[in-house]
Ligand binder design. Structure first.
Ligand code: TYD
Length: 242
């Protein structure tokens, strides 16, 4: 199962991603936590290029898009796909919705290009669940106040209001996948809401897999919990191929 966290800088998603990973691990579930851009040697190098505050000449919008995509392509091939294949839960701090929100709505690059580039980078992989942590822009800016902005974070308020608009329109388009969470609630309350939903989905996944496999092979023994995630992933890959 692939779970992603999204939202503007300073919304608190990285802390929530970590809390969820810790909770699942406590339950004995293998959980891989990665951030974007990053998570592999190559992707971390691309991250440095992308987020370093000072460049001799500005990075063009299309070069920025392709660099984020390059970091993602490597992360998917090297870490995410192998983890999903061995039934781990993968939690990704930012994924393809960030590119739509930041490079699409923020920079104004055509969404059709972004979708093609994302498809190439991910091989069509789409998260099972996305949590969009929603906080007012002012609060996010206030939380980041003492942290020192990187290249993306030093963008204008107008840029970030477009990013927020992008996230909200994605949430409207994909209500089954994207769950908008009120980021002004306490850390504990947010964590509780998120973990309940994930545990519910993990339970469903398991029931679904048991049903499928037992129907297909009526004499088969009950399936161990971990097989369910393999089924979820391979069926999605099949669906995408058709
Ligand atoms: P990071 O320090 O990880 O920010 P945060 O902790 O808020 O996630 O920096 C990632 C920055 O890169 C962030 O400003 C969002 C931006 N970004 C994009 O513009 N496009 C993308 O596809 C991704 C993954 C991130």
């Amino acid at each position: 199962m692939l779970i992603t966290f999204e939202g503007i800088d300073g919304c608190g998603k990285s802390s929530q991603a970590k809390l969820l990973a810790d909770r699942l691990r406590e339950q004995g579930i293998e959980c891989v936590l990665v951030r974007e851009p990053g998570g592999t040697e190559l992707s971390e190098q691309v991250r440095t290029i992308l987020l370093e505050a000072k460049h001799r000449s500005p990075i063009s919008d299309s070069a920025e898009l392709l660099l984020f995509a390059a970091a993602r392509a490597q992360l998917v091939r090297e870490v995410i796909e192998p983890a999903l294949k061995r039934n781990a839960v993968v939690i990704c701090d930012r994924f393809l919705d960030s590119t739509i929100a930041y490079q699409g709505y923020g920079r104004g690059l055509p969404l059709a290009y972004i979708r093609s580039v994302n498809d190439l980078a991910t091989g069509g992989l789409i998260p099972d669940i996305t949590f969009l942590i929603d906080v007012p822009l002012e609060l996010a800016i206030h939380r980041r106040k003492d942290m020192g902005d990187d290249r993306m974070e030093s963008e204008s308020r107008l840029f970030f209001s477009h990013v927020v608009q992008g996230y909200m329109s994605m949430a409207q388009k994909h209500p089954d996948r994207i769950h908008v969470i009120d980021g002004t609630d306490s850390m504990e309350d947010i964590h509780h809401t998120i973990s309940r939903l994930v545990e519910y989905e993990l339970g469903n996944d398991l029931r679904h897999a048991r049903h499928f496999i037992l129907e297909d092979r009526p004499h088969a023994a009950p399936v161990p919990a971990t097989e369910s995630f393999a089924y979820s992933f391979s069926s999605r890959v099949e669906a995408m191929a058709n």
